[in-house]
Write a protein that binds this ligand. Structure first.
Ligand SMILES: *Cc1c(COP(=O)(O)O)cnc(C)c1O
Length: 389
C-alpha cells in the first residue's frame, strides 16, 4: 500500500501545543543536512546553546536541547538527580504535576506528593513548611500548569532551597518564551522546556539546563542513571565538552531551534512577554463578553494558556470539532478533572497575535450560537477590539 500524497489542511493551532511554527523556522528546517560531527554543525550547536542560555536567563554551562519532547526533559531531571534512597517533594496542581509524581516514583526515591486543587496555584508558605520539615534532596514544581492555565509563583523558593540544600527542579515547558522566567535569578537548579509552545518550533526537542548544584549532585551519585539515553553524565560529553558521539542529533530540529531562538532574541524577552500579555488581555475581554469564564483566579492566569469553563448546556467534543472543520482552528479540551468541562485556548509564541485573537473569538461566537448559547453577534470581537485600544 502506498498512502496518498501528504496534504494536511491548514490549521491555526490555538490549543495547548503544538502551536504553529514560525515560517522562518519551517524554512530553516529545509536547509540541507550536515553530519552531526561536521565542524559547521558543531558551531551551530555552540550557537544554539549560547542563545538558549540567554533565553533561559542562565549562565549554566550544561544547557542544551534533549533530542525528544518536553516529557523527556522532565524524565531527564528526575532520573539524573534522584536515586533509590533519596527523597523528593513533588507539587501537583494539575495533569503535569501528577505526571511528575509518577516519574519521580519510578526512580526509587521516596516521593512526598503535595497536592493542590486543580485550577489553583500553591500557596508558597505551604511548600516552605513541608520543605523545612522534610529537607528533601529535591523538589519538583510546574511553573505554568498547561492543564489548568495556572501560573505558579516561585518567589523565594530558590532561596529556601539553597538554604536547605534542596535541588529546585522546575517544569518550564509552557513558560519559556511566553512569560517571565530567569533561571539564575530564581535560583532554579534544573529546568526543562519544549520546542513547540513558546519557542515557535515543531515538537521534537526539550531544552534543558542544569546548574552547578545539579551537576554536583549528578557527580555524587552512587548508582548509574537508570536511563541510558537520558544519562546526563554521558550526553554531557557530546553537548557539554568534547563533542564525542552519544547519539545522532536531530539536525533539522536543531536548525529549527536555532532559528526559533534567533527570533526570540531579535524580538527581545521583555517585548515578547509584553506581547503575550497584551494579546491575552484582548482575548480575555472577548471570551468574557461571550460568556466564557476563566478557571484560574485573575492573579494566577497564564497569558499563553487561557482555560475556560464550557458553558452549561454546551457540548465539548462536537463544538471543538466544529471549530476545527468549519474554521480550521484547533483549541484544546480539558484534561483529568476538567475532561469535558474546559476549553483551553493557547496564544503561544508565534501565535500570540491579534489575528489569532480575532479569529478564535469570531469562530467561538458562531459555534456557541449554533450550540444554543445566548451570545450577541460580534460581542467578543468588539470587546477584544476595545481592549487593544
Ligand atoms: C506540554 C507539557 C509537557 C509535555 O511536553 P511534551 O512536549 O508534550 O512531551 C510537560 N509539562 C507541561 C507543563 C506541558 O505543558
Amino acid at each position: 500500500m502506498i498512502a496518498s500524497q501528504l496534504t494536511p489542511s491548514t490549521r491555526l493551532l490555538l490549543g495547548p501545543g503544538p502551536s504553529d511554527a514560525h515560517p522562518r523556522v519551517l524554512t530553516a528546517m529545509t536547509t540541507p543536512l550536515l553530519g552531526h560531527l561536521d565542524p559547521q554543525f558543531l558551531e551551530i550547536m555552540t550557537e544554539t546553546q549560547a542563545m538558549l542560555r540567554e533565553v533561559f536567563g542562565t549562565a549554566n554551562r550544561l544547557t542544551f536541547p534533549i533530542s525528544a519532547t518536553g516529557m523527556a526533559g522532565m524524565e531527564a531531571c528526575f532520573v539524573n538527580l534522584l536515586e533509590p534512597g533519596d527523597s523528593v517533594v513533588v507539587c501537583a496542581a494539575g495533569f503535569f504535576g501528577v505526571r511528575m509524581i509518577d516519574i519521580a516514583e519510578r526512580t526509587g526515591a521516596k516521593v512526598i506528593a503535595l497536592q493542590q486543587k486543580w485550577g489553583e496555584a500553591f500557596d508558597l508558605d505551604r511548600i516552605f513548611e513541608v520543605l523545612k520539615r522534610e529537607r528533601p534532596k529535591a523538589i519538583g514544581i510546574v511553573h505554568a500548569e498547561t492543564s489548568t492555565g495556572v501560573a505558579q509563583s516561585l518567589e523565594g523558593l530558590g532561596d529556601l532551597c539553597r538554604e536547605l540544600g534542596t535541588l529546585l527542579i522546575v517544569d518550564c515547558v509552557t513558560s519559556l518564551g511566553c512569560t517571565p522566567l530567569k533561571l539564575d535569578e530564581l535560583k532554579i537548579d534544573a529546568a526543562f522546556s519544549c520546542s513547540q509552545k513558546g519557542l515557535g518550533c515543531p515538537p521534537g526537542l526539550s531544552p534543558l539546563s542544569f546548574g552547578d548544584r545539579a551537576v554536583a549532585a549528578l557527580k555524587a551519585r552512587k548508582t548509574k542513571v537508570q536511563s541510558w539515553y537520558l544519562d546526563m553524565t554521558a550526553i554531557e560529553s557530546y553537548w557539554g565538552g568534547d563533542r564525542s558521539y552519544h547519539h545522532t542529533a536531530p539536525i533539522s530540529m536543531i536548525y529549527a531551534l536555532r532559528e526559533g531562538l534567533r527570533i526570540v532574541l531579535e524580538e527581545g524577552l521583555e517585548a515578547r512577554w509584553a506581547r503575550h500579555r497584551r494579546n491575552h488581555l484582548a482575548l480575555k475581554a472577548g471570551l468574557e463578553a461571550i460568556g466564557l469564564n476563566y478557571i484560574a483566579a485573575p492573579e494566577c492566569r497564564l497569558p499563553q494558556l487561557n482555560a475556560v469553563h464550557i458553558p452549561a448546556g454546551v457540548e465539548d467534543i462536537p463544538n471543538r470539532k466544529r471549530m476545527l472543520t468549519d474554521f480550521g482552528i484547533e483549541i484544546g479540551g480539558g484534561l483529568g478533572d476538567f475532561k469535558g468541562k474546559a476549553w483551553r485556548i493557547g496564544l503561544m509564541g508565534y501565535n500570540s497575535k491579534p489575528s489569532s485573537v480575532f479569529q478564535v473569538l469570531a469562530a467561538l461566537e458562531v459555534v456557541l450560537r449554533g450550540a444554543g448559547a445566548k451570545v450577541v453577534p460580534g460581542a467578543g470581537v468588539a470587546a477584544a477590539e476595545s481592549a487593544y485600544d
